[in-house]
Design a protein around this ligand. Structure first.
Ligand SMILES: [Fe+2]
Ligand SMILES: [Fe+2]
Length: 300
């Protein structure tokens, strides 16, 4: 089975269409997007984006799977679609759009996958300030309305519209995921380290799909190499160290690179994918095709 991995799309419909076209050209029916997809269903524009992606995917004969980036309102996905898992445990956001919750595992063509969304926003403070500014502006406008004798109306609270408190995974998430993977098929222990009897694929996880990068890789360009970002990168690294997947792919950096992580038990190929053009200004050598990667499960 072949699938197309895709980097951050940030609600850029034109870029998503380009990815879907690339999949259809290759006869690929499964696109897996690695977070910062553009899940903003709390806004009208976000609803339109999802509806449009669904229609475009249907027209191309493709299903889009995604995990959550720091700029996806993942809490709302669980709220709206948590009771709607499909046969493989993905949440059905639209007919042709499925969400993989943190820690979700599934098997395609005998290959075991694990999804782990989330990352730290480097612009968290700016986003919180902008939410507060918008609320104050709405409150001022309402004050003018009341002064003009108009009936009172609700002032919109913009909290949770630009920054999402659930954006980062937790250490408990990692412990839970490693324990579940261990129980399902392996010998890695719940602390996130492989035990002495662990074999190269003891956990049974072949492919780890994340939004954030593992701590140990050193891409040529890394705008997220900041102390505030490191804890979540360590969580991704712990999953690799405990589960030793053969392939780990991620987005978030908006930068295409390939790395190899060699541990005591296994070697993991890491693929970082580029993003949509709108999020890639100033990145040297950017090419849109760097934001997708064909993977053939037969060659993993
Ligand atoms: Fe992004
Ligand atoms: Fe991100």
């Amino acid at each position: 089975m072949r699938l197309l991995l895709a980097g951050d799309t940030h609600g850029n419909l034109g870029h998503v269409r380009r990815i879907l076209g690339a999949a259809a050209d290759r006869g690929i029916e499964h696109v897996f997007q690695l977070g910062d997809f553009g899940y903003w269903e709390h806004e009208h524009s976000g609803v339109r984006f999802l509806d449009s992606v669904h229609r475009a995917a249907r027209d191309h004969g493709v299903t889009v799977y995604f995990l959550d980036g720091n700029h996806d309102k993942s809490g709302l996905i669980h709220e709206r679609y948590g009771d709607r898992p499909d046969a493989e445990g993905f949440l059905q956001v639209r007919g042709r759009i499925r969400y993989a919750p943190r820690g979700h595992t599934w098997t395609w063509d005998g290959v075991r996958f694990l999804a782990f969304g989330g990352a730290r926003s480097v612009d968290k403070d700016e986003r919180l300030k902008e939410e507060a500014r918008r609320h104050q502006k709405a409150a001022r406008k309402e004050g003018h309305r009341i002064a003009a004798g108009r009936p009172p109306a609700e002032v919109r609270d913009f909290a949770g519209t630009l920054w999402f408190p659930e954006e980062e995974a937790t250490d408990d998430d990692v412990r839970r995921i490693v324990a579940a993977a261990s129980a399902a098929g392996g010998t890695a222990d719940a602390s996130g380290t492989a035990d002495a009897s662990g074999t190269a694929d003891a956990s049974g996880i072949d492919v780890l799909l994340t939004h954030d990068k593992p701590r140990a890789t050193r891409p040529g360009t890394d705008r997220k190499d900041l102390a505030i970002c490191h804890p979540n990168q360590v969580r991704v690294q712990r999953l690799i160290d405990a589960l030793h997947p053969r392939l780990a792919a991620h987005g978030h950096l908006h930068y295409r690179y390939t790395a190899t992580l060699t541990g005591p038990l296994a070697t993991t190929r890491v693929e970082g994918l580029a993003a949509d053009p709108g999020a890639s200004w100033g990145l040297p050598g950017y090419k849109a095709p760097d934001s997708w990667l064909e993977v053939d499960t037969a060659t993993l």
